[in-house]
Design a protein around this ligand. Sequence first.
Ligand code: FE2
Ligand code: FE2
Length: 337
Amino acid sequence: MHAAHELDDDPDGSGQRRFDELIATDSRIEPSDWMPAAYRKTLVRQISQHANSEIIGMQPEGNWITRAPSLKRKAILMAKVQDEAGHGLYLYSAAQTLGTDRDTMFENLITGKAKYSSIFNYTTPTWADMGSIGWLVDGAAICNQVPLCRASYGPYGRAMVRICKEESFHQRQGFEILLELMRGTPAQQQMAQESVNRWYAPALMMFGPPDADSPNSQQSMAWKIKRFSNDELRQRFVDMLVPQAEILGVTLPDPDLKWNEERGHYDFGELDWAEFTEVLAGRGPANAIRVSRRRTAHENGEWVRAAARAYADKQSADGQSADRQTNQAPAHEWMAS
Ligand SMILES: [Fe+2]
Ligand SMILES: [Fe+2]
């Protein structure tokens, strides 16, 4: 399908030269441009994983829509979860511009072949988790995604601009849920703190493994897909969280967290990367349920896809018979008569 972009079709190297020049000048690569096969492959992997994360990410919060404590909270949570569906759809569209079809991406997700962010394999036993997800998970997503607005691949960067605007609303609504709980009864304060205790470290791991263990990062940065390393982004996130935690009155669960005057940043403790690897490998608290729910939802949606296909077929059949009529009496002839 994309034979025109393969290396074989760049025998004189002019495609590669043009690509290198676009990257060097911080210009954008567009779907019709020649690009190295490895660049395309990296983008398909990253964008489709990102899309899958948005779609799976609806589940931990969807869990609370029917149990939200007020009509206002329910309306906000529904809007937020719908935003995540929208993010998934923009991102699948961006991945499709690279020649991967959506059915394949869905199939890979529901058969457990495709990855998505490990954070969504944790469970949401309390209402405070809606606060922690918004504050910490969407907060980490913003740190990660704001630089992606400048990603070298045009459709990805443009999708990220809109997504980031919505993510900042998500983060504020989470912060506000926690703030209200922290101003509430001792039991509510305890619920908020307990939830932050569970989500803090997994949110820090959302930036991926330490730079030394992230061999693909260098290439992604050279291609200007990524602009900052995993560790740089994680540091930025921690520095942002500390003053916000003070306003909330919650304690971040890390005894090694302290300001380092010399570095001008907060130092923080080691993360449990063995846990990260386990969850990513499918052995987290909720991996099986997340994938099976998605599979069920996909199967339950089959009638919608069948109806859309039938409608498209009817449209094209109608179009063909209209063409035949046009052949018998071309438009310009009867318009003139
Ligand atoms: Fe999102
Ligand atoms: Fe979000």
